[in-house]
Design a protein around this ligand. Structure first.
Ligand SMILES: Cc1cc2nc3c(=O)[nH]c(=O)nc-3n(C[C@H](O)[C@H](O)[C@H](O)COP(=O)(O)O)c2cc1C
Length: 437
C-alpha cells in the first residue's frame, strides 16, 4: 500500500467482545446500556486520533445470546448522541439490509452524516440469524446468497436516494422566494426485484457527499459484494497468510468492478492480548479465559451455528459431525471452525473454549504487537485495523497509551486528524453526486 499511515477503528461492544466481559472487574457491569461508558471510550479514541468508532448490531436474541447482547443500544440512536459530543472521529453503525427499508435507512444515515458534519459510516450486514425473521413481517429468513442479492439492490437504492439533491440545489433566496432549483433535484423511481422507492429523499448530502460504506463479507458472495460496494472492509483473519489472501482477493474484486483499489481499505479485526512482558500478556490471557464456564462456551459456539444445541455431545471426544448446521448463518466462520477441528483433531471442549477466548495473533508485549501490525501493513495484508477489545477496561488504555505511541515513533501512525470528515480521515475521496454536470 502507498500510505504508511495505519488507520484504526474501535469496535465498541459494550463491556467488550468477550462473551463474559461484563464479569471483568475493570469494566462497568451495565456497559452495553451505559451512555457514559460509550462516550468515555469514544473520547479516548478521538484523543488518540482513531478514525472511527463502530457499533455492531443484531436483530435477534434468545437465552443463549451473549449476556450483554440481551440489552444494548440501537446503533444509530447511540451514534447520534455521540456525534454531538465529538468533533473529529467517524461514527459507524451496523444496519441490516434484510430487515429494513432503504428509504428509512438512507434518511437516517443522511441525517447522522449531516448532524456530525460528514462523519457517518454504515456497516452493511445481511443478518445471519434465522430467528431475526420472527421479529419482522417480511416472511421467512432468506438464504445466504439471496440476502446478498437483496443487499446489492438495497444499496443501489440507498445510494441513489442519497444523491437526490445536487450539492447546490438549495438556493433559499428570500428575495425571489425560490427555496430550491428544480433542475437539481432527482427522482430515483426505483422499481426493482426486492424494493420500490420513488424518491426524492427529503434530506440533502453532507460535507463528505455520502456516508462511507463498511462491510465484512467473508463467503464468496460476501466478498463479491465487498469488492463491488465496500469502501472499508473488515475481516476476521487470524493469521497473516489468511489476511493477505483476503486482501488480494477483495482488492482484485474491486478492480474487476472498475474501482480504484486505493478507494477500498481493508481493516482486519485485531484483538490485542497485551502486557509489558510476555508473561504479563499470558497472565492476562488466562484471566480472560477464566471468565467462562464450559456450558457458557458451548452456548457461545452454538451462536455461530444458528443456535445449534451441542449439549448432548461428549465434550472430550473429537468435534462432532453436525452436517450442514451453520450453513445459512455465519457460513465462513463455521466452515473454518469445522476445518480447524478436523485438521488439529480438537475435541468439542477445546473448540468451544478456543472460540470463546481466541488467543489472537496480536498477543505479546506492546512492542511485539506494534511490530506485527506494521508487518501486516507493510506486506500487503491490511491498510489498518479494527480494534476489537476482549474487555473495555485497562487493556484499552494500555493499547492507547503504549501500542499507539510505538506506532507513532516508528512513523506508522498519525494521531492528528487530516480532515474533519470520515472520508478525509480514511484517505477516501469526496463522493461526487452522480448527477453533477
Ligand atoms: C469486524 C467484524 C464486525 C462485524 N459486525 C457485524 C455486526 O455488527 N452484525 C452482523 O450481523 N454481522 C457482523 N459481522 C459479520 C459480517 O457481516 C459477515 O456476515 C461475516 O463476516 C460472514 O461473512 P458472510 O456474510 O460473507 O458469510 C461482522 C464481521 C466482522 C469481521
Amino acid at each position: 500500500m502507498s500510505d504508511k499511515n495505519i488507520k484504526l477503528g474501535v469496535l465498541l461492544y459494550g463491556p467488550g467482545a468477550h462473551m463474559n466481559s461484563w464479569k471483568a472487574e475493570d469494566v462497568e457491569k451495565d456497559a452495553s446500556i451505559n451512555f457514559n461508558h460509550y462516550l468515555n471510550l469514544t473520547k479516548k479514541a478521538e484523543e488518540a486520533g482513531v478514525s472511527f468508532v463502530f457499533i455492531a448490531d443484531g436483530l435477534y436474541i434468545d437465552e443463549k445470546s451473549i449476556p450483554h447482547f440481551q440489552n444494548r443500544f440501537e446503533p444509530l440512536t447511540l451514534l447520534s448522541a455521540l456525534s454531538t459530543l465529538t468533533s473529529k472521529i467517524g461514527l459507524v453503525g451496523t444496519v441490516s439490509t434484510t430487515y429494513s427499508e432503504p428509504f428509512n435507512i438512507a434518511r437516517q444515515f443522511a441525517s447522522l452524516d449531516k448532524i456530525s458534519g460528514g462523519r457517518a459510516g454504515w456497516n452493511v450486514v445481511t443478518s445471519p440469524l434465522q430467528g431475526s425473521a420472527g421479529n419482522f413481517n417480511k416472511g421467512n429468513h432468506p438464504e445466504h446468497a439471496l440476502r446478498y442479492e437483496m443487499a446489492g439492490e438495497y444499496l443501489e437504492v440507498a445510494q441513489g436516494l442519497w444523491d437526490s439533491w445536487e450539492d447546490d440545489a438549495f438556493i433559499r433566496d428570500r428575495e425571489t422566494g425560490k427555496f430550491y432549483d428544480e433542475d437539481k433535484v432527482h427522482t430515483l423511481d426505483h422499481n426493482g426485484k426486492f424494493f420500490n422507492a420513488k424518491g426524492p429523499l427529503n434530506i440533502d448530502r453532507s460535507k463528505q457527499g455520502q456516508p462511507v460504506i463498511f462491510q465484512a463479507g467473508a463467503s464468496e458472495s460476501g466478498r463479491t459484494f465487498a469488492g463491488k460496494h465496500g469502501e472499508i472492509i473488515f475481516n476476521a483473519a487470524s493469521t497473516f497468510e489468511e489476511a493477505k489472501k483476503y486482501y488480494d482477493d477483495v482488492k482484485t474484486k474491486a478492480e474487476e468492478n472498475g474501482r480504484n483499489p486505493e478507494e477500498v481499505r481493508i481493516l482486519p479485526a485485531l484483538t490485542p492480548i497485551i502486557g509489558a512482558t510476555e508473561e504479563a500478556a499470558e497472565e492476562r490471557y488466562n484471566e480472560i479465559k477464566n471468565l467462562v464456564t464450559i456450558e457458557e462456551a458451548l452456548n457461545f459456539l452454538s451462536r455461530y451455528f444458528d443456535h445449534f444445541d451441542f449439549s448432548g455431545y461428549p465434550l472430550d471426544e473429537p468435534f462432532p459431525d453436525i452436517g450442514e448446521a451453520g450453513k445459512n448463518a455465519f457460513q465462513s466462520t463455521t466452515d473454518e471452525i469445522k476445518r480447524q477441528a478436523k485438521e488439529e483433531n480438537l475435541t468439542l471442549r477445546e473448540v468451544a473454549l478456543r472460540e470463546t477466548t481466541p488467543k489472537s495473533h496480536f498477543f505479546g508485549t506492546y512492542e511485539q504487537v506494534a511490530d506485527k501490525m506494521i508487518y501486516w501493513v507493510k506486506n500487503g495484508a491490511a491498510d489498518g485495523f479494527m480494534l476489537n477489545m476482549h474487555i473495555f477496561g485497562a487493556d484499552y488504555d494500555k493499547f492507547i497509551n503504549h501500542v499507539i505511541p510505538i506506532l507513532e515513533e516508528k512513523g506508522y501512525y498519525n494521531r492528528n486528524y487530516e480532515s474533519d470528515t470520515l472520508r478525509g480521515n480514511l484517505g477516501l475521496s469526496f463522493k461526487e453526486n452522480r448527477y453533477k454536470k
